[in-house]
Design a protein. Structure first.
Length: 80
């Protein structure tokens, strides 16, 4: 949804936190781990499970190219 521009990471995180009752949303958790680490994990899954959508990996790639790593910088899906 975020990769397609349907919703922002903040909107998705808000819905996720309301539904799952967690303190952090998916994008907040990705920022903690680091976008490059999550992309590597996603690439590994994609190699093993053919047919997974590529949009999330493409979004992560674009953000990494922009220097948005979060774990190693002050910006990921959110600015810190």
């Amino acid at each position: 949804m975020a990769a397609e521009g349907v919703a922002t990471p903040a909107e998705i995180d808000g819905i996720y936190k309301d539904l799952v009752k967690t303190p952090k949303g998916l994008f907040e958790q990705i920022d903690v781990v680091g976008l490059d680490v999550v992309k590597d994990i996603e690439e590994n899954y994609a190699q093993k499970r053919k047919g997974l959508p590529k949009e999330s990996r493409e979004l992560l790639s674009r953000m990494i190219q922009e220097g948005k790593l979060r774990a190693k910088s002050r910006e990921g899906f959110y600015k810190y």
